[in-house]
Design a protein around this ligand. Structure first.
Ligand SMILES: [Zn+2]
Ligand SMILES: [Zn+2]
Length: 402
């Protein structure tokens, strides 16, 4: 099978032909239909996490079809569409596992990090850690649920019953969390990179009551702050934004150093906490909630062999439909699409967005950029030039991945 392999941290992925893995006892073999590209993949490429296997096939937002189940698998059958998340295995017997906190298990295995993941045509997984996925959503649309959605959900739950929730950084997880929070009747305040007015407009379109630069105070005192941007200097800023008893939740797996700050910022029983990984219970709860809302994500598909390009696009914050490609993704070739995280989530504005795309498509120019949206089971392919793309707010809005 074809796989994009990380030979060692610090290098790019290499396209290799490797044997299709065999499912052992308790495992399932999955034909990969889509795999999301996550910021954690960048931390793996850069060697910023411990325990990364070498070589390894990255990818932990896997949507695929079970093609073969090993002995002792009873919950999944061949033909089921399942999701494989970041948490790949736990010991089941340590004090964390026994107390409902398997996300903290010291012997845990992680998909696409300590064991092979989904940047390949096939993957094997421990069946107990896979999720059955709901109908009514496309493969690529579901991929971001498997990490951005799950971690976002756990991050939001750490905020308890906070009514005014601040979201710092407006990328994959934030887009999904904004939908969950709005569904639960919370007020959402969004902070973006200073000056990213398009992202702020987009956040407001998604239902944020306020959106602005991350270095200004919000107009109201927050009950909780959710940090998705991997920027340590946002921690004291977020502490200043929350009121007494407020919580600052750091949702990322890696963050730059947190600068020194005055105790006054923590005083008043404010808390700072991190979110580590996920539990299977988080997954079950999130998928059921996301199905009911329903959470909508739109993704930019890249072919498997273009994984390096997809990762660099994410790294540079250029995630947009304007990622340059020589050939537009072809809907008929569903074997190996990587789903980049959501370009846009538009429960209400979708029709308008599509109309704009249609107009752009009619206006082709020699300098082509490919864009693919998959809003309702069909890709809409548009070609547009870079300047034109930049002039459209929905493109700019999706640029911010911090
Ligand atoms: Zn354990
Ligand atoms: Zn992830």
């Amino acid at each position: 099978m074809r796989a994009m392999v990380l030979a060692a941290p610090g290098s790019s992925l290499e396209l290799r032909d490797v044997p299709v893995p065999r499912p052992g006892p308790g495992q399932v073999l999955v034909k990969v239909r889509a795999c999301g590209v996550c910021r954690t993949d960048l931390h793996i490429l850069d060697g910023e996490l411990c325990g990364i296997r070498s070589p390894v096939i990255p990818g932990h937002e896997i949507v695929g079809i079970a093609t073969e189940v090993g002995p002792e698998v009873h919950t999944i059958h061949a033909g089921d569409r399942i999701g494989i998340p970041w948490l790949g295995h736990t010991c089941g017997s340590c004090r964390h596992c026994r107390s409902g906190r398997e996300n903290l298990c010291s012997a845990a295995q992680f998909t696409g990090c300590t064991q092979d993941g989904g940047y390949a045509e096939y993957a094997v997984a421990d069946a107990r850690f896979c999720f059955l996925l709901p109908k009514g959503f496309s493969d690529t649309e579901l991929a971001p649920w498997l990490c951005a959605g799950l971690i976002g959900y756990r991050t939001l739950r750490m905020a308890g019953d906070a009514r005014r929730v601040g979201i710092y950084g407006f990328g994959a997880a934030a887009h999904i969390v904004a939908q969950l929070a709005r569904h639960e009747g919370r007020e959402v305040f969004v902070y973006t990179k200073p000056g990213d007015v398009a992202a702020q407009a987009f956040a407001r379109e998604l239902g944020a009551v306020w959106a602005g630069d991350s270095d200004v105070r919000a107009p109201a005192e927050l009950d909780a702050a959710l940090l998705f941007a991997p920027v340590g200097s946002l921690v004291p800023k977020a502490l200043a934004d929350v009121g007494k008893g407020g919580t600052v939740v750091c949702g990322g797996i890696h963050m730059s150093d947190i600068p020194q700050f005055s105790y006054d910022l923590l005083w008043g029983e404010r808390q700072i906490r991190s979110v580590a990984n996920l539990t299977r219970r988080d997954g079950e709860e999130f998928i059921e909630l996301a199905r009911r809302i329903p959470v909508r994500t739109t993704v930019v598909p890249f072919a498997l062999e273009r994984a390096n390009e997809a990762l660099e696009t994410l790294r540079n914050g250029r995630l947009t439909g304007a990622a340059r490609c020589s050939k537009c993704p072809d809907d008929r070739d569903r074997r190996s699409h990587l789903a980049l995280f959501p370009l846009a989530v538009r429960p209400r504005g979708e029709a308008r967005c599509l109309e704009r795309l249609r107009r752009i498509r009619c206006n082709r120019s020699p300098e082509m950029t490919g864009l693919a949206l998959r809003p309702r089971g069909r890709y809409l392919l548009a070609t547009l030039d870079a300047r034109e793309a930049a002039s459209h707010s929905f493109m700019q809005a999706s640029r911010s991945d911090t």
